[in-house]
Design a protein. Sequence first.
Length: 410
Amino acid sequence: MCLDVDCFFAQVMIGANPSLKGKPVAIRQKYIVVTCTYEARALGVTKLMSIVKALELVPDLIIVDGSDLTPFRAGGRKLFEITRTTLGECVPIEKKGFDEVYVDITEPAHTLVLEKKREFTPLEFHGHVFGEQIGSLDLLKAASEVVAELRREILLQAGWTCSAGVSDSKFAAKIASNMNKPNQQTCFIPFGPLYRDYFRALRVTDLPGFGWACKRLFAEQGLSQSIITCENMLDHLNEDDLTRIFKGDRALATSILELAQGVDKRQVAHMSSVTKQISREETSLPHPTNMQDLRLRVSSLVDPLFDLVEERHDSTLEYPRTIRLSIKFRSENGRKSKSRTLPDQLDDMGVLGRVANELLNEFAAIEPFVASHVNLCCTDFTCPESASESRGLKRTSMKQYLHSTKRHET
Ligand code: DCP
Ligand code: MG
């Protein structure tokens, strides 16, 4: 499945201000409409149109500033988390950009097929179908039901409508997701003459991986005018020709020729979470700041940070491999960071506290100073080999940890 939120920035802004719902709204960044609601699109406003032009077309267009990306990033994380909780930990989910996810729903669809068979309930397609419906197509029908369920959850939990496509590869699902918009879904049947012809009619430049470097190589060979569509390419170039054009890159040539025939072997990446790092920050530091103040602040960050690491570990089985301590100075020195590698499995809060303290000691040389922020961050989350056997983290009591800190100071 490929799922893409409709006019994403606009729906996020409407969520914060529901009175905008149903109206022509444009999201502005500098002088450009970065996106607009479908009501505005119906009146002729398009993405990336200038604000001046958009207002000429629709004088009462509501313009909302979208220069702060924070709510959109948060929205992107929410999309990922809803997808993750709806479909479960085992399903590969790959997030693209702000508002798009690819999900390999083979397993949930397969489970649904078996379930329906047990209950003697026939499967039906949800949404549109593009292509010849030959054979049972049960897995695709079940997949379309999984897609419909996720769209319902997103609408329920975030209030956003989405468009989605389902097929047997990322590329075909992406194409399908754009076939019917907004708030619709399409299954692109991945075989038959309609499928084949669809790809043959595409421009070669529409193929994933056919970037500016490929365009330049085609131009160098004088092919820009003669090879426009996939059909042109398939009729005139074989794998050896294309490998030569791509300066010996046979893997690229093979993949481009396959994609031109609707064959996409790229896997959906399995992202455990969009959150790359977890951090806690203390901003009310005394003026000036000494080492003792900092030690207290850092120790107060350890416990809540460990809570977050534990929470994440419970759902992902991942541990952070790096800890970073950053101090923001009020002077021109700006922010300074020190980091350390953590043990394979950070399952003890005492270890986090000890390493944080060691990092802090490295700052000792720059006393005295005035700091405004201190931030403790865990990052590089990975799943150790033996993860499945070792659920559950060991909690050293805060008292015990503070005791070890004191000992360190004396
Ligand atoms: N975006 C941007 N600049 C671009 C393209 C997109 O800032 N050149 C932002 C605004 C979009 C968001 O990314 O809201 C998602 O991009 P989409 O291409 O999915 O566009 P929309 O979600 O806005 O519209 P659609 O309904 O066509 O998906
Ligand atoms: Mg979108």
